[in-house]
Each structure stands twice: as structure tokens, then as C-alpha cells.
Ligand binder design. Sequence first.
Ligand SMILES: O=C(O)CCC(=O)C(=O)O
Length: 294
Amino acid sequence: MTPEDIINHPPIILSQEERKRYFSEGYTSSPAITPPELLKKIQQMSADFLEKSRELEASNEFFDLGPNHSSQTPHVRRLRRPVDAHPFFWELATSEFLTGIAADLVGPDVKFHSAKLNYKWPGGGEIVKWHQDIPAWPHTNYSPVTIGIYLDDVTTKTGPLACVPGSHNGKIFSHYDLNENWTGSIRPDEENEAGVADAVNLTGPAGTVIAINCRTVHGSSSNLTDQTRPLLLFVYSSADAFPWTAAPTPTSKTGEIVRGISAKFPHIDPRPCPVPPDWARLGYGSIFTAQSKM
Ligand SMILES: O=C(O)CCC(=O)C(=O)O
């Protein structure tokens, strides 16, 4: 489907203006649109998982722990595959609210790809270097969209997601270093060309929903406050987008149609995407592990 075809379907959750911005800029942000009761429940679930992390000494299939994690001072970098960690997150991923937003941006037939809950801790937090998402999980087209919910207020100081406007229409940058090692980030010598100086901070109050196209150059800086910045992320695509490599962070639900119907044919966009490492053989870890190897 072209952006024009998608926009011609009536909006479900987002405004027409927000949908247009997504297609012209490669991202959009809707301040505090998460229903308050739902937001409260998500915040509670997040708090419960952080509490549970106190029992752990090392990362496991769900918890990606920072190097200084302890029971007294938990440091969870990411809750992996929340849709498998608790049924609530799958209910949320398949809710009218989230699949409606996804349909507003990819068309009426929506496929689920993956989910994660990223924390950015006070005292630096994890910088997420400039990158595009699609080089890690290429698809037959560029419909995949990452939809994020800010669980708490996000200001320029808490390390908001920042996006380069219009970069989804530009080139896909290599996410390998000059020695052909995967780094999950754009090489520093190409950051200028990627336009990172023009990046726009997506700030907003708790409950703000952001959506980022899979080609959009984005990243996030340090958290300079004493508050943690939790960001719940879900990835969806149009039903006619098919991954052509193993998923780096598969869930038991990856590939499920969560709205509309499955596709009889793939939509193939001829613009090429570089091949990522073979995640099925090598494993993935997380963006933090890849980027910290640099
Ligand atoms: O959590 C963040 O600030 C950035 C997340 C992100 O871009 C990613 O995980 O791909």
C-alpha cells in the first residue's frame, strides 16, 4: 500500500494530521493519548517487573541487566519480549488502541513483529547511538513502524527519542564498522550525511505515543535527571511485509496478524536493504550489547 492508500482509510486513533506527519517526516508524536487507566496499568506492570528484577543476579531471557545491577539498586536496561513475559502485554499489543494506531500508519491489515520495554536510568543511562531499525530486521517493504509509549514524562533532559526529519526517504546506512563488525549504529563518519544535527527531540508527558518508521534515523542521549525513563515499544508492519532474515529478537507472537487479514502476496519494495548478520546462528543480544562493542 502507498501512503496515499493508507491515508485514504478513515483514521482510527491518530488524527489525519499526525498520519500525514508520519509519512512526510518519518515519525509522529501524540502527546498523552494513552487512556489514563491503561497508562496506570502499564506503569504498575513495569514497577512489578523492576521489583522482580531484585531477585536476579544475571540477565536472563526477559531481563537485560546493566553491569552494576544489584538487589538494592536494580538496573534493568530492557525487559525483553514483554508479550511473552506477561499476558497483559499481549492484550495490550492486540488492543484496539495499539492496533488502531498501527493500522493508521500501515493500513488495515497489521502484523505483529516484536516488543520491548527500555529503561534509561539516571546517572547517564544508556545512550542509544544513531541508527535505523530496518538494517537489523529487513522486510520486503518499509512499512514496519515502531510505536512507543512514554510511561513517565519525557523532557530533553531524560534522553528522549530524537529523529531526523525526512530521513526515512534517504538512504539506508551501513550498521557495520569498517572491519565489517555489526555495531547496530551509523558510523560516526557518516553521521553528518545522516543529518543528525537536525534531529528533533520527541518529548512529551506520560502517555505520549510516538511512532517511528523503520528507515528513520533516530537515537537517544543520556538521562541527566534522577528519574528513570521507561519506554514501551511495539513493532508492527503491514500484513504484506515479510522478513527475509531471521528475527533478532523473536517472540512467540512474531508474525501474527493482529488486525485485518493475512496477505496472499508480499508487497516488494525494490529499494535495497543491506544484509544483517545471521541472527539465527549468531544470536543478537540487544542494541546495547551491539553498540557497546564499538
Ligand atoms: O530507548 C531508546 O531510547 C531508544 C530505543 C531504540 O531506538 C531502539 O531500541 O531501537
